[in-house]
Design a binder for this molecule. Structure first.
Ligand SMILES: Nc1ncnc2c1ncn2[C@@H]1O[C@H](COP(=O)(O)OP(=O)(O)OP(=O)(O)O)[C@@H](O)[C@H]1O
Length: 272
């Protein structure tokens, strides 16, 4: 089994948020948000701290019901699906996912198979052992399969959470700051893997260089609104970076590679 065999869906659907409004306490945290993530592509979800990225990912995953608006996977409203069907369709790797358990790494990854097991009638159905083996190999954790979960380092846990999520075999993969515990090599491997899977992927990232290198499109949030969205290089303009991040920077053509890279002139505005 290879990573290509992991996709059990006949097509990779587009993901759309339409007119999403979320209020937390008295604050409107997402304000009439429209997002389009094209099927099979990797979309970076960018924006300053507190701009609404995690909240939007929870809405996209169907975990949070917006006050207004809807999320469509293909032409199906995500919240119209049963929990089980939703888990087979969309999977979220959380930013601060914690699992305190006595389980081994392999058992934690195997939890991702639960939405695919037959719940009634006694027949265990597909145990998905080959899927679990494949995803553990993909994230480079096979050698730690029998280790206790609590003995893993932060980066190893992050990779195991990705493996558990991939074991769900979703069509849509949502990642909340997936590289924050990873060393440089693991960051590059992780995002290359996410790209190569060919799923509809939305990844909240703070590292604009990684977003530029690995993502096709970007959605930029600011104060709970979509500031702009579209292909990476044409969307992350110097004026957007100034307005949203208050830095003097631009995406310039890379001198050696066939892509853009971030150039920052060293100036940064003080907090007002
Ligand atoms: N339970 C809550 N009650 C009130 N405000 C909340 C609540 N949870 C989150 N917020 C606020 O909602 C806003 C959006 O938070 P969110 O976590 O979605 O932002 P983010 O873009 O993911 O931030 P970061 O980059 O720092 O992780 C923030 O201003 C946050 O303080």
């Amino acid at each position: 089994m290879t990573h290509r065999d992991l996709c059990v869906h006949s097509s990779t659907p587009d993901l759309r948020a339409i007119g999403v409004v979320v209020r937390l306490g008295v604050d409107v945290v997402l304000d009439d948000v429209d997002v389009f993530a094209r099927g099979g592509r990797v979309t970076a979800l960018l924006g300053p701290n507190g701009s609404g990225k995690t909240t939007l990912l929870h809405v996209l995953a169907g975990l949070r019901k917006p006050e207004r608006g809807t999320v469509l996977v293909g032409d199906v409203a995500i919240r119209s699906l049963s929990h089980r069907r939703r888990a087979q369709t969309v999977a979220l790797v959380e930013q601060h996912a914690t699992t305190t358990t006595d389980l081994t790494v392999r058992q934690v990854v195997a939890l991702g198979r639960l939405p695919h097991r037959r719940m009634l009638g006694g027949a265990p159905g597909d145990s998905g052992a080959d899927v679990v083996d494949t995803v553990m190999d993909l994230v480079g954790l096979t050698h730690l399969a029998d280790r206790g979960w609590t003995t893993l380092s932060g980066g190893e846990r992050q990779r195991a959470h990705l493996a558990r999520t991939l074991a769900q075999q979703p069509a849509v993969l949502l990642l909340d700051e997936p590289t924050n515990h990873l060393d440089l090599g693991q960051q590059l491997r992780f995002l290359a893997l996410a790209r190569d899977l060919g799923l509809t992927t939305v990844a909240a990232l703070h590292d604009l260089e990684l977003a530029t290198a690995f993502c096709d499109d970007v959605v930029v949030l600011n104060h709970g609104r979509v500031h702009d969205q579209g292909p990476v290089a044409s969307t992350l303009t110097a004026s957007l970076l100034r307005e949203v991040y208050h830095v003097e920077a631009s995406l310039d053509p890379h001198p050696r590679l066939d892509r853009h890279h971030l150039v920052w002139d060293g100036h940064v505005e003080e907090h007002s």
